[in-house]
Design a protein around this ligand. Structure first.
Ligand code: NDP
Ligand code: 2IT
Length: 445
């Protein structure tokens, strides 16, 4: 690491004590952009790095709610409004017991670059709570969402900050949050994305992150004259992103052999076809059960407490959570012949894992590029809401595909190193330039 990067990181660490995921996300970006900044000193002079790593606003609030037994529960709510240089703050809400300030700041920080890459006018934000939706009744989830929105509503708006889903937040939660916002503001506006189709949602938004990750993988493979067709793929997670990754891989003629949750991994060498995928969707989205039940139903292997990365594959789609591929997982993937990793999750690979992929010169698409399809269709949902129109499935899917192709081109433009495309560098510089230029234009804010 150069002295300049080290000195900058010292300051970030001192100012943001203990926020290890945030340090990790910042360090990756700073390592990518520093050589570019040295060639373009106007950004250094304007202290863009110092400004871009400081949230414009951080909101932390109490979320009290009554559980089904009539007992009072108290959670902590957050919204990090990271950067609004190119548009209203935009990014998901995560509900998971592990949520803390450092995790949400890393996610908000990544979101700034990701949203810039989409070509759409969206700034970056993220929020959520340490509330654990697992094992809660619909009524308890509603009570929590209503209480959470009773504070959040005063900070957001269709032209200010537009939250959406992330881990633990899907259609059900967005519905409860939207209902409470509308009640408090007496306004029907596009303040959230991922809404139901009958009340302002966009076609293809549920599919968008998973589809986008596979479109991105297809673009990466194309650079080597290859495609998803016939590829054996491992997928982690079994939620929104994982499910639609499997659907798109199937459509393009590949085969997915794993899914997982926080308890373990199922390995189905015959492939998770559309019928089995329908079972997973019912299991996860309606019954809210565990992936282990897939192994019982289809008589395949269940690896208790294991992640999918020990299974042989051509392409891997990490779609669960941050730091789920460490150095040894990455080595195992490469050793078993994996040639392509497209990240549906945010920051799923540790820095040491990324190094393994890049040293092996495999195709490695980082989350802020590969999973940008979700927020892209959120941006398209915002446009449709503003127009008071809804576009067809075909139209939205074509736009999503076009955006993923364009993100890939941006990565190639900024990330090509001889014969190798460094997608990390490409995504970081490509995402940075637009936001930094907007910040320069707008003066010292
Ligand atoms: P879901 O809540 O729908 O699914 C999450 C899945 O990941 C579940 O299978 C869950 O298992 C698993 N998981 C979550 N946390 C952990 C953990 N700590 N260890 C092991 N497994 C875990 O979320 P999404 O599918 O929406 O999100 C998945 C990833 O994709 C996240 O990193 C998110 O930030 C990212 N992402 C999501 C987008 C979206 O549009 N939804 C857009 C871009 C990125 P379990 O049920 O056991 O918790
Ligand atoms: O990480 C992400 O990009 C998301 N969770 C989706 C954000 C959004 O606003 O759709």
């Amino acid at each position: 690491m150069s002295n300049k990067i080290e000195a900058f990181m010292e300051k970030v660490k001192a100012k943001n004590t203990g926020e290890t995921e945030f340090h990790q996300a910042v360090q990756e970006v700073v390592e990518s952009v520093m050589p570019y900044l040295e060639k373009n000193p106007k950004y250094l002079k304007a202290k863009i790095l110092e400004r871009i790593t400081e949230p414009e606003r951080t909101i932390i609030f109490r979320v009290p709610w009554l559980d089904d037994k009539g007992e009072i529960q108290v959670n902590r709510g957050y919204r990090i409004e990271m950067n609004s240089a190119i548009g209203p703050y935009k990014g998901g809400l995560r509900l998971h017991p592990s949520v803390n300030l450092g995790i949400l700041k890393f996610l908000a920080f990544e979101q700034v670059f990701k949203n810039s890459l989409t070509t759409l006018p969206m700034g970056g934000g993220k929020g959520g709570s340490d509330f654990d939706p697992k094992g809660k009744s619909d009524n308890e989830v509603m009570k929590f969402c209503q209480s959470f929105m009773s504070e959040l509503f005063r900070h957001i708006g269709p032209d200010t900050d537009v939250p959406a889903g992330d881990i633990g937040v899907g259609g059900r939660e967005i519905g409860y949050l939207f209902g409470q916002y509308k009640r408090l503001r007496n306004e029907f506006t596009g303040v959230l994305t991922g809404k139901g189709l009958k009340w302002g949602g966009s076609l293809i938004r549920p599919e968008a992150t998973g589809y986008g990750a596979v479109y991105f993988a297809e673009e990466m493979l194309k650079t080597r004259g290859d495609s998803i067709k016939g590829k054996v793929c491992t997928v982690s997670g079994s939620g929104n992103v994982a499910q639609y990754t499997v659907e798109k891989v199937n459509q393009l003629g590949g085969k997915c052999v794993t899914l997982s949750d926080s308890n373990g991994t199922i390995y189905d060498p015959k492939g998770i076809d559309d019928k089995k995928l329908a079972f997973v969707m019912e299991l996860k989205n309606v019954k809210r059960g565990r992936i282990k039940e897939y192994a019982t139903k289809y008589g395949c292997k269940y690896l208790e407490g294991k992640r999918p990365w020990g299974m042989k594959c051509d392409a891997a789609f990490p779609s669960a959570t941050q730091n789920e591929i460490d150095k040894s997982d990455a080595k195992e993937l490469v050793k078993n012949g994996c040639i392509c990793v497209a990240e549906g999750a945010n920051m799923p690979t540790t820095p040491e894992g990324i190094e393994v992929f890049q040293n092996a010169k495999i195709l490695y698409g980082p989350g802020k590029a590969a999973n940008a399809g979700g927020v892209s269709v959120s941006g398209l949902e915002m446009s449709q809401n503003s127009e008071r129109l809804s576009w067809s499935r075909k139209e939205v899917d074509a736009k999503l595909h076009g955006i993923m192709v364009s993100i890939h081109q941006t990565c190639v433009k900024y990330g090509t190193e001889g014969k190798y495309i460094n997608y990390v560098k490409g995504a970081n510089i490509g995402g940075f330039v637009k936001v930094a230029d907007a910040m320069l234009d707008q003066g010292l804010v």
